[in-house]
Ligand binder design. Structure first.
Ligand SMILES: [Zn+2]
Ligand SMILES: [Zn+2]
Length: 402
């Protein structure tokens, strides 16, 4: 990742403005990186990102943004707005940030760098706000790792009037195109009947047997799944003592597919596997689906600007990422023109959701990538603020694909 934001000429068009964006990011370097480091040091899981949200809100307020916290129904969601000095309401460019961590791991997805870069992009744009039309809209979006917080924010109307949704995600490669799978969380609870596991086990109904059967069924089911389908889970409750027949077990599964019709069929089949395991063990089962995310529609008009702006700094797009998990940013891509570009903070291959990636998210390399991401997000926004026809083209593409 090249680091000299001041010495490298940005991409045309609007290069003179983009020079000032890069300078504004450099000027705010300490604020941006301090935020990244603080969020990394205090990981908060989905829906509990109180310190991260507060930290982002404080920096944005200090740079002239009007901050709503909470925004909508989620306690840790933020909307921060700043109107351009040229007036009008168009365009309204959304700068998005995630800040949730992974339970038991911390920032193994590196969202601290995303939050800091999103704030950095917003305050860099604020530095030239007097010359902008429309509005800069920062959206702090909770619960990407579980629960699809952005869908709640969509349902709360927080994306109404947004002309483009921009963010950056840390990765071990550089690419603008990702192909996330549709995904849903599933909670499975089996209920049986306790009894002494040695003196009278025949009086019990074993909820752990049901859970083991379900995992075995899923393992066999994988033979018949499409190549891009995923189903995986953990046992959260497996009983309380070896000498008690467990009367309650609970698992958390995720079901994913690249195909919407297949995705629905998988959920129906999974329900049947749960019912089968309950039937075989004389237990009962409760299956709860929550937090769905969709497949992604990358907007080419926005993506092309990102690629050009990145290339000016020597960052070459490595092509579509076919192994990008799932994200609720994909839900946003069905609401307005959206991109979900990745930049490397670690050498490839570094697995995501790992201790290795968590540690990479607090290195000097990650810091430089965070500043680069802030610059590129803001420069891509500049290309939209400066050219109503480009915004119209992004919407035309969006509508043609609907
Ligand atoms: Zn992530
Ligand atoms: Zn993640």
């Amino acid at each position: 990742m090249p680091t000299d934001l001041r010495a490298t000429p940005p991409a045309e068009p609007n290069a003179a403005t983009k020079v000032r964006i890069a300078a504004a990011v450099v000027a705010a370097r300490d604020e941006i990186l301090d935020l990244s480091h603080r969020i990394h040091a205090h990981p908060e899981p989905a829906f509990e990102e109180h310190q991260a949200a507060e930290g982002c809100a404080a920096v944005l307020a200090a740079h002239g943004f009007t901050v709503e916290r909470p925004a909508g129904r989620l306690a840790t969601a933020i909307r921060a707005t700043r109107r351009g000095g040229r007036g009008g309401t168009s365009p309204r460019i959304g700068i998005l940030a995630e800040y949730d961590a992974l339970p038991g791991l911390g920032h193994g997805c590196g969202h601290n760098t995303m939050a800091a870069s999103g704030v950095g992009a917003a305050i860099a744009l604020a530095a030239i706000a007097d010359e902008l039309p429309g509005e800069i809209v920062f959206l702090g979006t909770p619960a990407e790792e579980r629960g699809s917080g952005k869908q709640f924010m969509i349902d709360d109307g927080l994306f109404e009037g947004i002309d483009a949704a921009l963010l950056y995600h840390p990765c071990d490669r550089n690419h603008v195109d990702c192909e996330p799978l549709a995904s849903v969380d599933v909670g499975v609870t089996f209920t049986g009947l306790q009894s002494h596991a040695a003196s009278d086990p025949w009086k019990g109904r074993n909820a752990l047997d049901a859970m083991i059967l379900l995992f075995s069924s899923v393992g066999l089911w994988r033979q018949q799944l499409r190549p891009a389908a995923r189903v995986h889970g953990i046992i959260q409750e497996g009983g309380t003592a070896a000498n008690i027949i467990p009367d309650r077990t609970r698992a958390w599964f995720m079901i994913r597919s690249d195909d919407d019709a297949d995705f629905q069929a998988m959920q129906d089949r999974f329900r049947e596997l749960c019912a089968g395991a309950a039937l075989a063990t004389a237990t009962t089962v409760e299956v709860e689906f929550s937090g769905g995310s969709r497949t992604m529609r990358t907007n080419r008009v926005l993506a092309d600007r990102w690629v050009a702006n990145a290339a000016a700094y020597g960052i070459i797009d490595e092509g579509p990422d076919a192994s990008s998990g799932s994200t609720d940013m994909a839900n946003v891509s069905w609401v307005c023109p959206t991109i979900h570009p990745d930049l490397a903070i670690a050498p490839s291959p570094t697995p995501g959701h790992s201790i290795l990636f968590r540690d990479a998210a607090a290195t000097a390399v990650a810091d430089e990538t965070t500043l680069m991401a802030a610059t590129l997000v803001a420069q891509t926004a500049v290309d939209l603020f400066a050219d109503p026809d480009r915004v119209a083209a992004a919407w035309a593409e969006f509508r043609a694909g609907s």
